[in-house]
Design a protein around this ligand. Structure first.
Ligand SMILES: Cc1cc2nc3c(=O)[nH]c(=O)nc-3n(C[C@H](O)[C@H](O)[C@H](O)COP(=O)(O)OP(=O)(O)OC[C@H]3O[C@@H](n4cnc5c(N)ncnc54)[C@H](O)[C@@H]3O)c2cc1C
Length: 391
C-alpha cells in the first residue's frame, strides 16, 4: 500500500531509511554535544555506508560516474536524509547538478568529475551584507585582466566553507562588453587573497560552518568562468529549483520522524493516571500534523514526477516554490507541536523535537524566504493562471 511507486523505487526508499536508522540517527546526541562533530572513525564508516548503499553523487549523470537517480528517486532519499538532525546525513552529497551541462571539458576534469568521486567539494558565495533576497544587488566585483579575472567582495553565510575546497563566487563585471551584469566563477579555496572574516554561530549545531569570507584581489584563471559572462543568474535559478524541491523532501522526512516520535511518546507518557495520548488536545495536534504531512508529501511526489516527465520549466519553478513554501512551513508547525507534546523534554537538546525545532527554522529562510516564494507564486499566477500551475 501507500503512494504508487515501482518496486525499485520502494527498494531505494527502504535502503535510505535503513541507512539513516543504523548509521546516522544513533549519533545525533553525540554530535549535538560536540559542535556537530562525530568521531573520525564514525565519519569514515558513515561515508563507507553511503557508498555501499549506492548514494554517492546520486543526482549526477551516470556517464560521469554519478548515480543518475530520477528526481522522484532523489526525493525518496532526501526525505530519509531529512529524518536525521544535525546535518549528519548531508554526507549523502548532491553536487551542483546544473554544472555538467555548462562545464568546459577542462572544468569537467578539474572540478565536476573529482566532485562526483568525492575527492573535491564545493560551497556557494552569493549572499552579501546588502544582497540577500535581492540577489541582483550584489556588489562583489569581477574584472578581466589578461588571462585572469580579479575578484573582490565580502560574502556572507558561506555554508560548508570549512569543508569545501572550491567556491562558486558570484560577482558583478566592472569592465568589458558585459559590464554591470553578474557572472559565476569557480575559485580554489587556497587561492591567495581569500580570508575568513568571521565564523558566526547559528541556531543549529552543525559541523558545517557558515563563514563570512572576504575576497581581496583574488586572481583566478579566465578558464574558471562558468558559462558565459552574462548568465550568472541562470545557474542560480536552476540550482534554486533543485534545492527547493529537496528542502521540501527533507522537511517531509523531518515531519514524519517528529510525528512518529511524538506519537510514541504520547502513548507512553502517563499524567493524571492515563497516557497523555488519551487527551483530545494531544490527539488533535497529531492529527493536524499527519494531515499536513500527507498534503506536503503528495505535492512533493507529484512535482518530482512532473519534472521526470519533462514538465514545462516555468511550471516546475512554481511547483518547486510551492513544495518549499508549504513543506517548510508545515514542518515548522509539526516541530512546534512536537515540542509541546514532549513538554519540558521537548526543550532539551537531547530530544529530536528540540533539535528539529531549531534546525527547521532556516528552511523558511534559505534558498529564498517564504515571502520570496509567495512573490514568485503570485507573479506566476498573474501570468499563467491557476489551471496552468495546479490544474
Ligand atoms: C544558515 C544559513 C546558510 C546559508 N547558506 C548560504 C550559502 O551557502 N550561500 C549563500 O550565498 N547564501 C547563503 N545563505 C543566505 C540566504 O540565502 C539568505 O539569508 C536568504 O536568501 C535571505 O536573505 P537575507 O538573510 O539577506 O534576508 P533579507 O533579504 O534581508 O530579508 C529579510 C526579511 O525581509 C523579507 N523580504 C525581503 N524582500 C522582500 C520582498 N520583496 N517582499 C516581502 N518580503 C521581503 C524576507 O522574506 C525576510 O523576511 C544562508 C543563510 C543561512 C541563514
Amino acid at each position: 500500500m501507500g503512494y504508487p511507486m515501482s518496486d525499485e523505487e520502494r527498494a531505494i526508499q527502504a535502503r535510505a531509511r535503513a541507512l539513516m536508522d543504523t548509521e546516522f540517527i544513533p549519533y545525533e546526541v553525540e554530535a549535538e554535544m560536540n559542535e556537530g562533530n562525530v568521531p573520525d572513525d564514525v565519519l569514515e564508516r558513515q561515508h563507507k555506508a553511503v557508498h555501499e548503499a549506492g548514494f554517492d553523487a546520486l543526482n549526477m549523470p551516470k556517464e560521469l560516474g554519478g548515480g543518475g537517480f530520477t528526481q522522484f528517486e532523489q526525493v525518496l532519499v532526501q526525505e530519509q536524509v531529512g529524518r536525521v538532525t544535525n546535518g549528519l546525513a548531508w554526507i549523502v552529497d548532491t553536487p551542483a547538478a546544473w554544472f555538467p551541462q555548462v562545464a568546459t571539458p577542462d572544468q569537467l576534469e578539474r572540478y565536476v568529475k573529482p566532485t562526483i568521486r568525492g575527492e573535491r567539494s564545493e560551497c556557494y558565495a552569493i549572499t552579501e551584507e546588502d544582497a540577500g533576497s535581492d540577489v541582483g544587488a550584489i556588489q562583489a566585483t569581477a574584472r578581466r585582466d589578461g588571462d585572469e579575472y580579479v575578484l573582490d567582495g565580502i560574502k556572507w553565510h558561506v555554508t560548508s566553507f570549512n569543508t569545501a575546497d572550491y567556491i562558486f563566487f558570484q560577482g558583478r563585471l566592472t569592465e568589458g562588453p558585459n559590464a554591470g551584469t553578474t557572472a559565476l566563477f569557480i575559485v580554489d579555496k587556497d587561492t591567495p587573497g581569500i580570508r575568513v572574516r568571521r565564523v558566526p554561530q547559528y541556531s543549529h549545531t552543525l559541523r558545517f560552518h557558515h563563514a563570512e569570507v572576504e575576497f581581496t584581489g583574488v586572481r583566478i584563471p579566465a578558464a574558471n568562468l562558468v558559462g558565459a559572462e552574462d548568465d550568472g543568474m541562470a545557474y542560480a535559478y536552476s540550482w534554486f529549483r533543485y534545492e527547493r524541491l529537496m528542502i521540501g523532501a527533507r522537511c517531509c522526512g523531518a515531519a514524519e520522524r517528529l510525528i512518529d516520535e511524538s506519537t510514541a511518546f504520547a502513548k507512553e507518557r502517563v499524567q493524571f493516571g492515563k497516557p497523555i495520548y488519551e487527551n483530545q488536545a494531544i490527539q488533535f495536534m497529531l492529527a493536524d500534523s499527519l494531515t499536513e504531512l500527507w498534503a506536503a508529501r503528495l505535492m512533493l511526489y507529484e512535482t518530482a514526477r512532473g519534472i521526470d516527465r519533462g514538465e514545462d520549466l516555468k511550471v516546475q519553478h512554481a511547483q518547486c516554490s510551492m513544495v518549499k513554501l508549504y513543506g517548510s512551513e508545515m514542518a515548522g508547525r509539526v516541530a512546534d507541536r512536537a515540542v509541546q507534546i514532549f513538554g519540558g523534554r521537548g526543550y532539551m537538546r537531547e530530544y529530536a523535537a528540540e533539535r528539529f525545532y531549531r534546525e527547521l527554522r532556516v528552511e523558511r529562510i534559505w534558498e529564498g524566504t517564504s515571502e520570496i516564494q509567495r512573490a514568485i507564486l503570485a507573479d506566476q499566477l498573474a501570468k499563467r493562471g491557476a489551471e496552468a500551475l495546479v490544474g
